[in-house]
Write a protein that binds this ligand. Structure first.
Ligand SMILES: NC(=O)c1ccc[n+]([C@@H]2O[C@H](COP(=O)([O-])OP(=O)(O)OC[C@H]3O[C@@H](n4cnc5c(N)ncnc54)[C@H](OP(=O)(O)O)[C@@H]3O)[C@@H](O)[C@H]2O)c1
Length: 275
């Protein structure tokens, strides 16, 4: 596949998104977040995934600035929280995120959760924010095929991204096919199952075959399915390890083995029954 840590994919609005990003959910604000982001940038990551919910946007923005990497070379995602849905609240929430980040624009602004009744007004606000240049790309999280169909029926603007829980134990094939058909880039969160399945015998067996760690195998599996992947760690050695996934390729047979591990595992929120 010839991918590297600098590889990007073009989103439907024309913006290039780096395939590998650092997630900072449950990364405490202050020096822990700042150090994790700084270390990731030193290790070659060029994409950071935060959210207003995470309480660390200020630290992400500060670390990006202090890193010395030019702003335009770092892709910053943040998300609109549930209490900010609706047209005007969404415009305000974006302004507040920009202020906390201390940045002139957000690379990707996502609706964090498909909140009933308000989500279509919120989406209109995101379209407007993109038009104004406050965000370069816009998208959603935790949208099932049903939520995406509803959005696409009501709007001409196609989300650049749907960020969902995705790993071999939650292999969302139907959603992946749907998104590929609509040019919506699927992004994998909790790509390492938050550690819950790193000790699974089949994952260990595949990892051994490539002299890689179970975490690296799971991240690589998502990349080979065409996803953008955002593993989280606060530890320098793991941030480095999670970025070293571009020097091997999982064979078709091993991909099939990993594909067969699906058990509908949800370690985060499950949006399946969200009306
Ligand atoms: N849009 C949404 O609704 C949503 C929901 C959940 C997550 N996300 C995003 O996706 C990112 C990643 O998902 P996640 O944080 O839920 O789960 P994850 O990345 O699958 O797992 C993170 C956990 O694995 C540990 N870990 C990291 N690297 C490891 C390694 N090489 N070996 C063993 N353990 C390792 C981390 O601990 P240490 O930190 O101690 O290393 C942490 O406990 C989040 O940070 C967030 O940005 C988005």
């Amino acid at each position: 596949m010839g991918l590297t840590i600098s590889s990007t994919r073009k989103l439907n609005s024309g913006v290039e998104i780096p395939l590998l990003g650092l997630g900072v959910f449950q990364t405490p604000p202050g020096t822990v977040t700042q150090k994790a982001v700084r270390f990731a940038l030193e290790a070659g990551y060029r994409h950071i995934d935060t959210a207003s919910l995470y309480g660390n946007e200020e630290d992400v923005g500060r670390a990006v600035k202090d890193s010395g990497v030019p702003r335009e070379q770092v892709f910053v995602t943040t998300k609109l929280w549930n209490s900010d849905h609706g047209y005007d609240p969404a415009l305000r929430a974006c302004e507040q995120s920009l202020r906390r980040l201390g940045l002139g624009y957000i690379d990707l602004y996502l609706i964090h959760w498909p909140v009933l009744e308000l989500r279509s007004e919120t989406w209109k606000a995101l379209v407007e924010l993109q038009r104004r240049g406050a965000c370069r790309a816009i998208g959603v999280c935790n949208y099932t095929v049903r939520h995406l169909r509803e959005l696409l029926d009501a709007s001409e603007a196609i989300p650049d991204v749907d960020q969902v829980e995705f790993n071999p134990f939650l292999y969302q094939e139907e959603l992946l096919r749907f998104c590929n058909g609509k040019e919506i880039q699927l992004e994998a969160y909790s790509p390492m199952t938050r550690g819950h399945r790193l000790g699974h015998p089949m994952v260990l067996e595949v990892a051994r075959r490539y002299s890689k760690s179970p975490a690296q195998v799971m991240i690589r599996w998502s990349l080979q399915h065409g996803l953008v992947v955002i593993p989280k760690s606060v530890r320098p050695e793991r941030i480095k390890e999670n970025g070293e996934v571009f020097d091997f390729e999982i064979s078709e047979a091993d991909m099939a083995t990993l594909d067969s591990l699906g058990e509908d595992l949800h370690v985060a929120w499950d949006p399946t029954d969200e009306p």
